[in-house]
Design a binder for this molecule. Sequence first.
Ligand SMILES: OC[C@H]1O[C@](O)(CO)[C@@H](O)[C@@H]1O
Length: 500
Amino acid sequence: MAPSTGRNFPAKLTKQVVLCSLIAAFGGLMFGYDIGISGGVTSIDDFLLEFFPSVYEKKHRAKENNYCKYDNQLLQLFTSSLYLAAVVCSWAAAFCCKKFGRKRTMQMAAAFFLVGVVLNAASVNLYMLIAGRICLGAGIGFGNQAVPLFISEIASAQYRGGLNVCFQMLITIGILIANVVNYFTSNIHPYGWRISLGGAGFPAIFLGLGSLLIVETPSSLIERGKTEEGIKALKTTRGVEDVQKEYEEIVKATETANKIKHPFRNLIMKRSSWPQLFCGTILQVFQQFTGINIIMFYAPVLFQTMGLGADASLLSAVVTGSINSVSTLVAVFGVDKFGRRKLLIQAAVQMLISQVFVGAILKQHLKTTNAIPMPYAYLTVFLICVFVMGFAWSWGPLGWLIPSEIFPLETRPAGFFFAVSSNMICTFIIAQAFLTMLCQMRSGIFFFFAAWIVVMGSFAVFLLPETKGVPIDEMNEQVWKKHWFWHRFIKPEDEQQAKC
Ligand SMILES: OC[C@H]1O[C@](O)(CO)[C@@H](O)[C@@H]1O
């Protein structure tokens, strides 16, 4: 018997949907592997010697202030150039998603990424390294745009949350694999870092080959006039024959979508799109301003700052990475059960407490060049794990899930573009600024992020609607029109007005 809640359409969890979602989620593995690798290689001496000799020298200068030894704009550009490229490319990817479908866009992602991997692993100078990062960024921009949309559309409402979280799940597994790879390759001299960077090819090959096997989403097929294929895809992905009602909803959404020639303009100008636009974008901004990436990119650097040795630092990054992956499982199984808001609010409290304690310990014990006493260093690693745990079952996965499910079909790729690109921009800002911020603000950086967590927690309490179990093409009716605050934006006259 197919489960059904509220006005849900009948559907079963089919093997095809699970398999397609998992294959698509390899886009997350690409992204995650890269995140983990960047942090690791920037603390490996052979890599620094080859491309950033001044950082190498500063790192080994005995008197250098711990907080500042990695502060170097070029080194930060290595990490962050990828995100700039990803922003630009996710805009192009939004067009490709609409015109060529989600599946083709994923294949483009894999192709760009592979070129980047080859350039990076074979780099002989900084230019090649940065050019490689830009291609990787293009791959990530295309992948991050297409994959969450693909999963949210291919899954029925009852299972959408859990399946979509697989994307973040694979991001975390990618980060973890990268941390482990870095741990071993850092001892392979002098080319271990090439193995680290080259390893990124595996997830891209998986995504590229895997995407040849998957089906296109019913919404995308119907939107592009492939009605017969769309109905067929609807039947196979839902695992039921009676798909008439859902088909009619998609056709209705498609008709509205086809009237809109400029989805980007429509989204910005039309008042009734603002709630989704605001919530989708701000969730991604908040996701980054939890401060998660100071840990993901720079955990080894951060732990070395606290005085742990090089190996202990890389190993601690492996520990935080494992906790990140395992805790994301809570979201896979919990998000369609507990709902989105409960997870976000609970985790905000947990993350706030750990940030404040980490800040307090570092303020007390890491004043100048000295390392902090070992028990406190380990307590800090523990608190960071508590923080990562909270992030992993909430703001991490839901930052992708909610924006991919709240926009109506006509503005979905365009709306999701704003969400993806705000993630990339904020990741860029944090990647670029963190080492300087650490150098300037010292332990204050943890209080800075704690303040953001207070703001985002309040947002989840007061402004974010619950979207659990609502069919994706019914959000306007069931969510926005009924919300205590946002309903005032969704007036029928607005819907008539801006058919730009
Ligand atoms: O799991 C942590 C990782 O997840 C992301 O927030 C993406 O959702 C990354 O920016 C971060 O490095």
